[in-house]
Design a protein around this ligand. Structure first.
Ligand code: GDP
Ligand code: MG
Length: 438
C-alpha cells in the first residue's frame, strides 16, 4: 500500500545521520512513484514533489539535527496543505430559515446513504431535517431512502416516480416550511457515467431553488476517476464540497490526495462504512497521518521537534561545558530520554551517530537501576554538595533495592559519562558555529 511504500522511503532516510541533496532527490523519486501507483493525479504529484524537494534540500534541513525526520515532517505538512489543511464545516442557515442541500454524484457513489448519514448527524445537533426522494429513475431508490430515513428517525418526502425532480423538490420545500423543518436534503438520481440529462436536471434544480450547498459524493475506491467526476460536476453545475465515500475500503488514498488540489473544492466528510453512523468530518492532517502510516509518523515528527528545542539544548550544553552536570540533571535527562523514546533513538538522531550506532544494542531496562539509585539520594547528594561516602552508599543501595557494587558501578559510569558529555558538548558547539544547529 501507499503507506508501506512511504514508510520504506522514510526508513531509509532516517537510517542516515547525514543527508545529501542526492539522498533527498532519490527519496523524492520513490515518493513520486508511490503516489502515482496510488492513483494520485499526475499534476498533483508533480507539484507536491517539487514543493517538498524545494523545502527539503535547504541548508537548515540538511545541516540540521536529524535531517531524516525533518524531511518526513515536510512531507506531512505538504500533504496537509494539499488536502486543504483545515477541516471544512458545513454552515447551515439560521434555524428559522431552510437550508437546502443537494446531493449529487454517479450511481452507486453513495448519495442516498450519505444523505441519511448527514441528516442523522444534523438531527443529533438539534436541526430538523427532511430527506427528499428526487431519484425517480431507479424503482428501488425511493424505498431505499425511506428505509434509511426510518433507521435514523428522519422523515422522508416522496411523490412516487411520476413527477419531475424539480417539482418534487419544490413541493418538499413547501412541506418543510409548513412543518417546521429547517434542513432539506435532495437525494437526486445518478447515472453510471457522467451524462447530459443528469447534468441538465441538476442544473435546473440549482437555477430554480435556493440551494445552500451542492455536495458531490464520490467513491474513493475509483481513484482518479473520482477526481475526473468531481472536475466535471464542478465545471458543469458547480459544487461546494465533496464527500468521499467508502474510504473504509480505500487503501490507495489517491482520490483523497487529489480532489482539493484539482477542483479547489474541499472534502467535507468521509464515509467510513455502510452503517448510517459511519460518517466522519474530513480532517486533512488526520488523513495525511493515515496515509503516512499513522501514529508512527506523528511521534517521529514530535521527536524531531523536541530535538530542535534550542533553548533546552543550549542550557544543557552550558552545563556540560562547566561540568556542573549533577544527579538532578541526570534525572532530567532520563525523563527527556523516556519522553523521546530511549537512548538508541536519541543517538540515532545525532548527525553522524546513526551509522556508528547500528550494531550497538542498548538495554533500555538497564536504565531503570540508575534512576532508582539517584532517587534514593538526598537532595544535597544529588546536587553534589555531599560526597557519597561508603555509609551513604549503603543507605542508597538499600533504598534502591540494589547492591553496593551496583551503586559503585553507577557512580563510576556517571563520572565517565560526564567526561564524555563534556567532549560531546565540544562537538555540538562546533556544529552550532557553522549555523546548522537549529
Ligand atoms: P447512490 O446510488 O449514490 O445513492 O449510492 P447508495 O447510497 O445507494 O450507495 C451505494 C452502495 O454503497 C450501498 O450499498 C451503500 O451501502 C454503499 N456505501 C455508501 N457509502 C459507503 C461507505 O462509506 N462505505 C462503505 N463500505 N459502503 C458505502
Ligand atoms: Mg441513490
Amino acid at each position: 500500500s501507499l503507506s508501506d511504500k512511504l514508510q520504506n522511503v522514510f526508513k531509509k532516510l532516517r537510517s542516515k545521520g547525514v543527508l545529501t541533496e542526492d539522498d533527498v532527490k532519490e527519496a523524492m523519486k520513490e515518493v513520486k512513484r508511490a503516489l502515482l501507483e496510488a492513483d494520485v493525479n499526475f499534476k498533483v504529484v508533480k507539484s507536491f514533489v517539487k514543493s517538498v524537494s524545494d523545502r527539503a534540500v535547504g541548508e537548515e534541513v540538511l545541516k540540521g539535527l536529524n535531517p531524516g525526520h525533518m524531511v518526513i515532517k515536510i512531507v506531512k505538512e505538504e500533504m496537509d496543505k494539499l488536502m486543504g489543511s483545515e477541516m471544512t464545516e458545513i454552515k447551515l442557515r439560521p434555524s428559522n430559515e431552510i437550508t437546502i442541500i443537494m446531493m449529487c454524484g454517479l450511481q452507486g457513489a453513495g448519495k442516498t446513504t450519505t444523505a441519511a448519514k448527514l441528516a442523522y448527524q444534523f438531527k443529533n445537533k438539534g436541526k430538523k431535517p427532511l430527506l427528499v426522494a428526487c431519484d425517480v429513475y431507479r424503482p428501488a431508490a425511493i424505498k431505499q431512502l425511506q428505509v434509511n430515513g426510518e433507521k435514523v428517525g428522519v422523515p422522508v418526502f416522496a411523490m412516487g416516480d411520476n413527477n419531475k425532480p424539480l417539482d418534487i423538490a419544490k413541493a418538499a420545500i413547501q412541506h418543510a416550511a409548513k412543518n417546521n423543518i429547517n434542513l432539506v436534503f435532495l437525494d437526486t438520481a445518478g447515472r453510471l457515467h457522467v451524462d447530459e440529462d443528469m447534468m441538465n436536471e441538476l442544473a435546473e434544480i440549482k437555477e430554480n431553488l435556493d440551494i445552500a450547498y451542492t455536495i458531490l459524493t464520490v467513491d474513493s475506491m475509483t481513484g482518479q476517476d473520482a477526481v475526473n467526476v468531481a472536475t466535471t460536476f464542478n465545471d458543469k453545475i458547480g459544487i461546494d464540497g465533496v464527500i468521499l465515500t467508502k474510504l473504509d475500503g480505500d487503501t490507495r488514498g489517491g482520490a483523497a490526495l487529489s480532489i482539493k488540489a484539482v477542483t479547489g473544492k474541499p472534502i467535507l466528510y468521509s464515509g467510513m462504512g455502510e452503517k448510517l453512523t459511519d460518517l466522519e468530518p474530513f480532517y486533512p492532517d488526520r488523513m495525511a497521518s493515515r496515509i503516512l502510516g499513522m501514529g508512527d509518523v506523528e511521534s517521529l515528527i514530535e521527536k524531531a521537534q523536541s530535538a530542535i528545542d534550542e533553548e533546552k539544548a543550549k542550557e544543557m550544553e552550558q552545563k556540560f561545558r562547566k561540568a556542573s552536570f549533577d544527579f538532578n540533571d541526570f534525572l532530567d535527562q532520563m525523563a527527556q530520554l523516556e519522553q523521546m523514546g530511549g537512548m538508541q533513538e536519541i543517538l540515532s538522531m545525532m548527525p553522524g551517530m546513526a551509522s556508528q550506532m547500528k550494531n550497538v544494542e542498548i538495554d533500555e531496562n538497564a536504565a531503570k537501576t540508575p534512576k532508582a539509585i539517584v532517587l534514593s539520594m538526598t537532595p544535597r547528594e544529588r546536587s553534589l554538595q555531599d560526597p557519597i561516602s561508603p555509609s551513604r552508599k549503603k543507605r542508597i543501595a538499600d533504598g534502591a533495592g540494589v547492591q553496593i557494587a551496583d551503586v559503585n558501578r553507577f557512580l563510576k559510569q556517571f563520572e565517565q559519562s560526564k567526561k564524555m558529555m563534556k567532549q560531546m558538548s565540544g562537538m555540538m558547539g562546533g556544529k552550532r558555529k557553522r549555523g546548522g544547529f537549529k
